[in-house]
Unconditional design. Structure first.
Length: 202
């Protein structure tokens, strides 16, 4: 990424310290340091403020990065779709396995006979959870939301980017994730009951 080098050079050209620049764009000095070391990437609002304070365009700040950003967005988007499909498949397989386990227990199967089903349910459940965790890791590690915003902004989709950044889910990510998991659990319970009810007739 070229932004760390560009940002530091433009800051020095403007005669600003990291603390001076941080104060002007309402972030901490550590945030500026992280950007200049390439540890994190500024979001589109921060890039707009940086361009104003340093008297350069966003294109100049991210020059050389945009093709990399778009490549990462496309690559990670595809990976997230696959992980989402894996999570859904694992979750459904886990639900069916649990329903099958209930059927076995209701029909007098012994504990030893039920062990393979328990193992399968555990594997499917763990697989779904691993897919969910991997998806979150990709989004956080690769600044996927930030890169998507920058790409959209440079393509003239500013309104969509701003809406994404100011949405309720973005402002409360942990609560949003908790609600997603609760919704998934509720759907799983409904599916479980439906499958269990259907299998009880056999």
């Amino acid at each position: 990424m070229q932004l760390p080098k560009h940002l530091k050079q433009y800051r020095l050209d403007a005669g600003l310290s990291q603390e001076d620049l941080a104060r002007r764009i309402f972030v901490t000095r550590q945030t500026i340091s992280n950007w200049e070391r390439g540890k994190t990437y500024p979001d589109i609002q921060s890039l707009l403020l940086l361009s104003e304070q340093l008297d350069v365009t966003i294109d100049e700040l991210v020059k050389g990065d945009i093709s990399i950003i778009r490549e990462r967005v496309e690559r990670d988007r595809g990976t997230l779709y696959r992980l989402g499909a894996g999570m859904l498949a694992g979750f459904l397989a886990f639900t069916v396995s649990m329903a099958w386990l209930m059927w076995q227990q209701n029909h007098g199967w012994g504990m030893i006979q039920c062990v393979p089903t328990m193992v399968l349910a555990g594997v499917f459940g763990a697989g779904a959870m691993c897919c969910a965790l991997a998806a979150e890791h990709i989004k956080k590690k690769n600044d996927l939301v930030t890169y998507q915003e920058i790409s959209d902004f440079l393509d003239g989709k500013k309104a969509d980017s701003e809406e994404t950044r100011t949405g309720w889910a973005y402002e409360h990510p942990q609560l949003a994730n908790a609600i997603k998991f609760a919704a998934a659990a509720l759907i799983g319970l409904i599916v479980f009951e439906l499958v269990n009810a259907a299998m009880s007739h056999f």
